[in-house]
Every structure is written in structure tokens, then in C-alpha cells.
Design a protein around this ligand. Sequence first.
Ligand SMILES: [Zn+2]
Length: 326
Amino acid sequence: MEAWEGRRLQLDGQEFLRFRGLWSREDVPALVEEWGCLGIDRAAARSEARGKHGWTELLVDHPGPPGAMYSELFADWIRLSGLMDYAVGLFGLQHDHAAIGALVEVLRAPAGGPRDPEQIRAGYRDEGWLRGILGGAARMNMSCEFDADTNSMTLVSRDPSKRGGQPGFSAMMDLRLTPDGIAETLAGLVNDWLPPLHPYLASEGGAFHLAYRPPPDLLSTLWMQFANVLTAERALKVCSFDACPGPPARPHLFLWRYGSGATSAKNSTSRYCHPRCASAASADRRREGDRMDLEARDRTPDVSIELPGAPAPERDEERPAEGRTA
Ligand SMILES: [Zn+2]
């Protein structure tokens, strides 16, 4: 990525998954520090696409005048993060058909599904698809409702004053609860965020070829990353480190080894979402090994027993993220 507000960003391809993790105001400053301003309303202004205006209205409380910097509120980031979680949840649902049934069951409950973000966060401890969908909608200040007649889910604003606002727009997040229906909604949602790509002619050793410049802004790049996840035709993996802090610190759900970039997605065998998860997990294993070592010595003081050593650190995974210029 070229430069964003004067800084050069190193991306590793998993930032989209980390941005899912903003639930409360405390989650935001670290990412602001790392990434600067997201430019939600500027992204909207760049394109006259129908959706962009709707998105701004949905995600941004006080859009600044065109060209204004730093108009974003933490709440805007949290709403955007909710949308990203919603999108990842839909992706999960599309592959995990049992989860579609589980979602319908929650929506059908007499009291309706849980509505409050913190309630959902507490109620769904695991990084599951339902948590992403219900919690993502809740952070956009919407609740998910089930429509039995059409076997679909609709998103309804929890803010009564917004209910009459843009019915046509929020309806684009509604979905038929079938794998096809979910994929359709997901494609429409992602398309709204993908930047226009401009081709240019490059010459190399006298030969011409067409190339595309990557999008110059972070927000478009994040959605490009997610589009890559969707087209990779691979299921997202869950980090094997029990104490993985998850997003926004680390992706937790991941496609390939952090830092190795998209090219090695096919041969990535990592079980950990981040080099720090890999090294913490191997340190845990070492500690466990030492403990067993000591216990064994206590039991048999006179006999020296050769215990198998602690598992060697997985060197391949311990390499620090190399960072990658997207
Ligand atoms: Zn992890």
C-alpha cells in the first residue's frame, strides 16, 4: 500500500479479520493509533454509488464536510466493525448449514434474539457465526428478525427515528436463509465497498501487460482482503492457541499463516493465527513439559529417566511477521 495520511502501511492480508473485533470504546484507540483515520465518509464521498450514501448514513453519526479529516467517532468504527463481523458471520453460515438452523432457532425464540451488543458478547463466548451476525447487527444498532413466510432474516433499526429512514437500503442486508440466498446478500454487501480499479499499461523488457493499481486507501483495501477470503474457497480456520486474545489484537479466525501473504494460502498448515500465538503455545508446551519433568524426578529420585524433551518450537511459525506490502 502506498501511503495513507503520510504513513506507509505494511499489510499482511488479515487486517479485515482484526477489524471485526471492536465492541466497545476501549477497543478502538489501539487501532486508531496503528491505522489512523479510516475515512468511512470519505470512502462514501469518493463514489457516487447508491450504496455509499446509505452506508454513510448507517455507519457515520456526523459525516464531516467533503474533504474534512478526522470526523470519525469511535462509535463509527464500532459500527463498521459490526458490519465486518456480520459479513464474516454470513460467510461462515454459507458453509455451515447447521448454523443456519441454529440462527433460525434463536430468531424464533419467543422473546426474540438478544438485542444488546454486550449481552450478545457475553452470551456467545465462542467466536461463532451467530455471535458475528447477531453481535455485528447489534453494533450497527440493528436487530435481526425472522420472517417465516419468506424464510428470511431482516435487519430492523433499533433506533425508532431511523426506522422510516432508508428502508430500501438496510434491506440489502436482509437475506434468504439458504446458502444461495446468503451468498447473494454477501456479494451485494461486499460489492458496495470494493473500489474501482484502474488498469494501466506496463512495459517490461519491451513487452506490454495490463496491470491494476491497488486501492490507495485502507478501507477499500480491507474489503478487497475480504473479497479474497471469499474467493479463496477455503474455510476460515480457528486459532489453536487456547488463550488467543482474538481481534483486534490478533485475527483468531484466519486463512493462512499471519505474515506470509496470500501466495502461500494453499500450503499454509499453521494452526495459529499469529506468530505470537504460535510462540506462546509452544512456551506453554515447554512449561508443561518441564512440569512433567519435575514430577517425574520427584517420583523417582534415584533413577534418571530420559524424558522426551518438550516439543520443539515450530520454527516455521515462530518467524516474526515479515509484513507485506500490498
Ligand atoms: Zn491466535
